[in-house]
Write a protein that binds this ligand. Sequence first.
Ligand code: BTN
Length: 326
Amino acid sequence: MSISMKDEILKRILTANGEAVSGQELADSLGVSRTAVWKHMQSLQEEGYTFETVKKKGYVLTSVPNSLSPTQIELFLNTERFGREIHYFDIVDSTQTIAHKLAQEGAPHGTIIIGEEQTAGRGRMARPWESANGTGIWMTVIVRPDVTPQQASSYTLVVAVAVTMAIKTLYKHIEPAIKWPNDLLIKGKKCTGILTEMQAEADCVQALLVGIGINANQVASDFSPEIADIATSLRLEAGEEINRAALVASILQYLEQFTELYVKEGFVSIKKLWEQMSCTIGQRIEVTTLRGRFEGIASGITDEGVLQLTEDNGTVRTIYAGDIRI
Ligand code: BTN
């Protein structure tokens, strides 16, 4: 997919390594008028980029916004379809709600919805999800995999692997671990939650609405007292500011790659990676499900992504959905 003229101008200025880039040269090399270049520069300034104009030399970039605007994400994006349609909002109730509507209207596979802030962010079991302005990544991806609704239940695990891989690739010294089915923890504290909702008919999935919430740049005082002891952010763990746009792009790349594999070969193709990244298997856990509460050892995961719990009397239970306490 071709990148926009504005992105191309920004890319050239970003890659000039602090050297001035002349407006006339930009216009000539891109085959547009000097006024068109100026208009794109104005629009970049409105998005929060700042430039110094060096007389007779051109523009020097002085700062980039900490935003998840399409322009910022596209700078890092290396995918075919994921993230190629971006719906970006300063404030939304929940990106899930918007995704449901867009999916019903036919939004393509890989469409993403991002809000800088959510006023009614939600997690699993209708729990609220803290989504303060500009600190985290609050994103829903619309995925249209060719799988049955039964098979789709393991997709959350695929997403957890993709997000873990992206975090580990960009921030080598932090080690997120997957708590079945949908949490990423660092040193026992939650940094990411995944909420997968579905639009389906009896035997075919229309769309999966994959909500990903990542605590990226919060400092400790940003968390409410209710979650201060159990939540963390990537910034707190990595000791550096997180480039949210680069992280979104990397997640989308892994997600695209793993989704293709998952559709072709099933969850089994990702199972080994999931096992390596999980902090659940081998642990004593307590599981709350719709059928009741059970205790035992999380003894494994099936090729379909179903958790196996070995109870103290030796019974092996299969857990399709639930909440666990380690
Ligand atoms: C959980 O841990 O229970 C899942 C949390 C999922 C939060 C994300 S943020 C983006 C998307 N929009 C929402 O309202 N929720 C998900």
